[in-house]
Design a protein around this ligand. Sequence first.
Ligand code: NAP
Length: 467
Amino acid sequence: MSSLVSVQHIVSPVDGSVLAERTLADGARIEAVLAAAHAARRGWVSVPVERRAAMVEAMVRHLESQVGEIAVELTRQMGRPVRYTPNEITRGFQERARHMASIAPAGLAQIQVPRTEGFTKFIRREPVGTVLVVAPWNYPYLTAVNSIVPALLAGNTVVLKHASQTMLVAERLQGAFDAAGLPPGVFQHVQAGHDAIAAMIADRRIDGVVFTGSVPGGAAIERAAAGRFIGVGTELGGKDPSYVRADADLPYAIGENVDGAFFNSGQSCCAIERIYVHRDVHDEFVEGFVAATRAYVLADPLDPATTIGPMVTAAAAEAVRGQIAEALAAGATALVGERDFAASRPGTAYLGPTVLVGVEHSMRVMSEESFGPVIGIMPVADDDEAVARMNDSRYGLTASIWTRDVEAAARIGARVETGTVYANRCDYVDPVLVWTGVKDTGRGIALSSLGFDPYVRPKSYHLRHPS
Ligand code: NAP
């Protein structure tokens, strides 16, 4: 987006209509936001953490009370079927917010050190100051909550810049935090172009940035922060592998892998993007996978019967079609594809799921993030080949291993370069565990008892008593 654009539209992928129009923040508005965030710090840091947690609870309740309208609004913004959008609030959002609030008093407590006669010594976790959160559209409440809630609980003021496609989510969050009684300036949102965001990051009143989005976007944010010496969290893309061992519960693994690949049209950072199946069960797995994929209903996502909606934009769908076409030209075979879904129409955001076999890692569909409803399936001879295949990637967010032998899964998982290793599940974020990645997936830390770390700096108190 150019800095010359002053008005932003949300074009709904459901029908191409303009859903909302907002004026982008100009210099005066951004200055006011930064000044208010800075001014609110001293008051907010003196609010006890239990009181901050109570306000987070009030914010969650406010959103829960609006879940019906939020679900429809979310479907219109990004295309996920309305039968699933309520879950974004009723499951993940509330679960993560409440977990972080419940562990905040212990997680932010000062650190005791061994006693020395004549001294008082301890380490305090102080808020970094004002945190800028940049969020994506694909799970717009879930991704934002991971950063906003721990940052606020830790005593920071927060400025949210949400994705242009889901800017109404920022307004919902603002309404909920305002209703919860947060003092002015503690939580604010700003809708601004990329150049304006870079300028904000250069401003000394921003003390930390958490970016969730694409690898190029994360690199741009790191460049904007260069020389500022502030924390930059980057939660970026993935090409998450699944490995189905010969001893897997196959019907279960098939169902979960199909869902992991195609839920939300594959637009999940931790969607399964490539599958390796032990050759002894490969054909049976593929047969079941194809049958389950054909059962998807691709249609208007506002219809409760729809199980897969349009992708976020026609351009995103065209990018996935490009990867599929390249793979087919290079020798892959589509066992299921656009032709199998009447509502799938080239040139539009409506794209039915595609299952490819005969794929190679030289194909982009097996090496670059697809972020769409396409999957490649390859046979492997053993655990060693599966590990080598899984690690042959520039990304590392999650990896799933399907087996009846959970100890073997842990052993194999220890050899996989990834932020999370699952056995017999996938595409799930558990707030008791840290959400993080390796390689080009970035250096983010979210959720769990480690989830406050990006929002605090340690400060040592070394106090000698007069003799
Ligand atoms: P994106 O294009 O990078 O955008 C993400 C957010 O960053 C949006 O708010 C966007 O604003 C903003 N942005 C992008 N480039 C920017 C720049 N140069 N300066 C300032 N702001 C910038 O990513 P996306 O397409 O929305 O999201 C999909 C990507 O996010 C996928 O790669 C997915 O894997 C990744 N993701 C990762 C996680 C994780 O936890 N690791 C979670 C969810 C998604 P505009 O919308 O205004 O352009």
